[in-house]
Design a binder for this molecule. Structure first.
Ligand code: TRP
Length: 326
């Protein structure tokens, strides 16, 4: 299993419930590669100091959430040069039309204008395919927004195998495991909670490192609707709070609805804030300890990268040979 998160912005409760927590719970079931995709972060301009700080922050949050470096690899994409090397070969195999169809590229290039976006944003999926293929990944847990990139990764892997021989790369399974709870924006429950929107709009996201009073304030201001109390059918904002409450307590949405039935939104909000604070407090404590030992954190990343390099080198060599490199 392989997945990646870009070290841009701050991780939020959607990243935790949708990704990290599932990874932690299943870390004994798979051979896991959790990559911090710092090269992908460079596809849009980054402040170098901020990028470095956010990279360490994400790494520490992975560990603080319970990912165990004895049971999974936690490493930086830029520390394993094979990602860039295989990425180039994948680019060469990728028709421009395939990348032009990517909705994420279309949305971002339209927003910024073609003259302003870097070429890396265009070839981004080829590097992502390399991330996945280097480790012969079967399972790539990602959110729905990454579905098209995974489909592309399968397509380009199949193209490589049909051009250079079956088994050159391992085609990842079509099944994209659903990320689980999909946490929506607190200020706008019609959009998925996002790091970048969260950075611009303080009421949008609960960050994993938010202190308890901030969490309480953000939840109390979360968008609900004109109803006075929890009663089905609930609106999107109320559903989002119920889903967070349910996910954090390992309950179904129905049980959460039952628990809050006919209670005012103030109760839903204060109990949801309680469980959020309760879940994040131990992570924040552990995070502070990890950050106090930066050398230790860097050591974990370094050791993991060394092991990842060995696996990645074998795949890269296989591909290099297949395509005719000496
Ligand atoms: N594109 C992914 C995102 O923005 C991040 C990513 C890069 C990734 N490489 C990956 C995810 C490989 C899964 C597997 O969310």
């Amino acid at each position: 299993m392989l997945s990646g998160i870009q070290p841009t912005g701050s991780l939020h409760i959607g990243n935790y419930l949708g990704a990290l927590r599932n990874w932690v719970r299943e870390q004994d079931r798979y051979e896991n590669y959790f990559c911090i995709v710092d090269l992908h972060a460079l596809t849009v301009p980054q402040d170098p100091e901020v990028l470095r700080a956010k990279t360490l922050e994400v790494a520490a949050l992975y560990l603080a959430s319970g990912l165990d470096p004895a049971r999974c690899e936690i490493f930086l994409q830029s520390h394993v040069a094979a990602h860039t090397q295989l990425g180039w070969i994948m680019e060469c195999l990728t028709p421009m039309g395939w990348l032009e169809r990517m909705t994420q590229f279309k949305a971002r290039s339209q927003a910024q204008g073609r003259e302003r976006v870097g070429t890396g944003l265009f070839t981004y999926p080829a590097l992502m395919a390399a991330d996945i293929l280097l480790y012969d990944a079967d399972l790539v847990p990602v959110g729905d927004d990454q579905r098209q990139h995974i489909e592309y990764s399968r397509d380009v892997a199949q193209r490589m195998n049909s051009m250079y021989g079956e088994g050159t790369v391992h085609v990842p399974a079509p099944l994209i495991r659903d990320a689980g709870a999909r946490v929506m924006g607190l200020d706008d429950p019609t959009v998925k909670m996002s790091k970048s929107i969260g950075a611009a709009r303080p009421a949008h996201a609960i960050f994993m490192l938010d202190p308890p009073d901030v969490i309480r304030r953000k939840v109390s201001r979360a968008q609900t609707d004109a109803e006075p109390a929890v009663r089905p059918p609930v609106g999107a904002g109320v559903a989002n709070l119920l889903d967070m409450y349910a996910a954090l307590n390992d309950l179904s949405r129905d049980s959460a609805v039952e628990h809050f039935s006919s209670k005012p939104y103030s109760v839903l909000k204060s109990e949801t804030a309680d469980v959020l604070i309760g879940a994040l407090e131990p992570i924040q404590t552990r995070y502070a300890e990890l950050r106090a030992d930066e050398a230790g954190l860097r050591r974990v990343l370094g050791e993991s990268a060394s092991r990842a390099r060995v696996v990645a080198a074998a795949t890269l060599e296989r591909v290099q040979h297949a395509v005719g490199l000496l």
